[in-house]
Ligand binder design. Sequence first.
Ligand code: SAM
Length: 253
Amino acid sequence: MTNGEKKDHKIWIISLFPDFFKAFLETGLSGRALKGERESGLSVHLVQLRDYSSNSYKGVDDAPYGGGPGMVMRPDTLQAALINGVVGPGGYGPDWKEKLHVVFPGPRGRVWNQKNCQEFSQSAWGKNGHGKDLVFICGRYEGIDERFIQKYVDEQLSLGDYVLTGGELAVMAIIDSAIRFKPGVLGNRESFQKESFQGGLLEHPQYTRPRLFEGLEVPEVLLSGNHKKIEEFERFESIRVTQAERPDLLEDL
Ligand code: SAM
């Protein structure tokens, strides 16, 4: 089957704190899409890492070899969660590596931006993409054992040059932004085409009612009904805001 024909796309999330995702999966546009609404074909499956611990006290981490602060997530527990919590229940069979794309968000990964996000979305869900279901691994503590990355991780992604306490927030940001590019998830009204970073610019400022707010008027041209003039104005404003706030983006145009 090619990705173009694949209708159902599962997203698996291995985490020590699946509760983190409750509101995310219940709320707003992304919540609806992740429940399979809006013709998304998406479903999310949370896997509690602790359930796959091999010891009686349900530990999933241990002290780092070589010493140093903090704890490291054990590769055998992560492997058990992947095989027994994802591959088995998902029915992926012995050739599961051909059917799953394992993503580990962490500071060392490729930095997430709108371009990478669109590419990621197209390769997961686009017609000519890899068509594999996604598995996200949420790191905690000092991170995860390197050997699990070597053996099982296909892609590492970073939210930016700072350190989060855990991967859950990163996974939510990655999924939330990537599904916006999946056909059917955004309607025309919410299309991503005119959003910031599409075409290399920030979006123009937006206005709604009331027309006068604390002495500030909505720009006259937006009330004119002249679509050409409005488009020109919005383009001009887009460039002005980008120049003022993110001149680095203009260098890449
Ligand atoms: N010791 C690690 C280091 O210095 O690179 C940081 C570990 S961090 C406290 C715990 C987990 O949070 C990481 O394993 C990763 O899953 C997640 N995380 C932290 N920063 C992140 C970032 N910038 N992007 C994505 N995930 C991040």
